[in-house]
Design a binder for this molecule. Structure first.
Ligand SMILES: CC(C)(COP(=O)(O)OP(=O)(O)OC[C@H]1O[C@@H](n2cnc3c(N)ncnc32)[C@H](O)[C@@H]1OP(=O)(O)O)[C@@H](O)C(=O)NCCC(=O)NCCS
Length: 125
């Protein structure tokens, strides 16, 4: 496995840098790095975050998600960032594992009016 991130563009006010993740010539997923915390408008300010990533269904469970976050850490360092703030839905066990394996420290959580719990993490770079 030789995963790389290819920058596909920068957009929006934060701004947000978008990447495609490739293993060789196969695109296996995508990621976004927000240089300032952002996220769904429905989230309170203390649940905004810097990172989003996803792995295509057929490539899940092979360690790609863990590697993508590792590569995003390198990109964030290159951008001069010193920490990443991340959130993961409590029920998203894989995403919580990815963040913890990359050194994420649990900060606090938030339960939406619909009863969905998100966990917030800090990851020092
Ligand atoms: C979450 C997501 C990125 C995981 O990607 P992935 O490539 O399958 O993750 P990995 O293979 O690196 O697995 C990470 C860890 O989660 C664990 N894991 C994977 N699926 C799991 C599941 N359904 N239940 C419990 N643990 C799971 C793995 O065992 C691994 O831990 P380990 O190395 O200690 O064994 C992928 O499922 C996805 O794109 N989901 C939709 C988008 C999303 O939720 N993005 C995250 C936003 S916060």
């Amino acid at each position: 496995m030789n995963l790389i991130l290819k920058k596909v563009g920068t957009s929006g006010p934060l701004p947000t840098i978008s990447y495609d993740a490739y293993d060789g010539d196969r695109k296996i997923g995508e990621a976004q790095l927000r240089l300032k915390e952002g996220g769904r408008p429905s989230l309170p300010e203390n649940m905004k975050s810097h990172v989003y990533y996803e792995v295509a269904k057929e490539y899940e469970g092979k360690g790609y998600g863990t590697q993508i976050l590792g590569l995003i850490k390198e990109e964030a360092r290159k951008e001069g960032m010193h920490e990443l703030l991340l959130i993961a839905a409590e029920k998203n066990l894989a995403s919580n594992a990815i963040i913890r394996k990359n050194g994420g420290e649990y900060l606090w959580d938030y339960v939406s009016p619909e009863g969905e719990r998100d966990l917030k993490y800090k990851l020092s770079l």
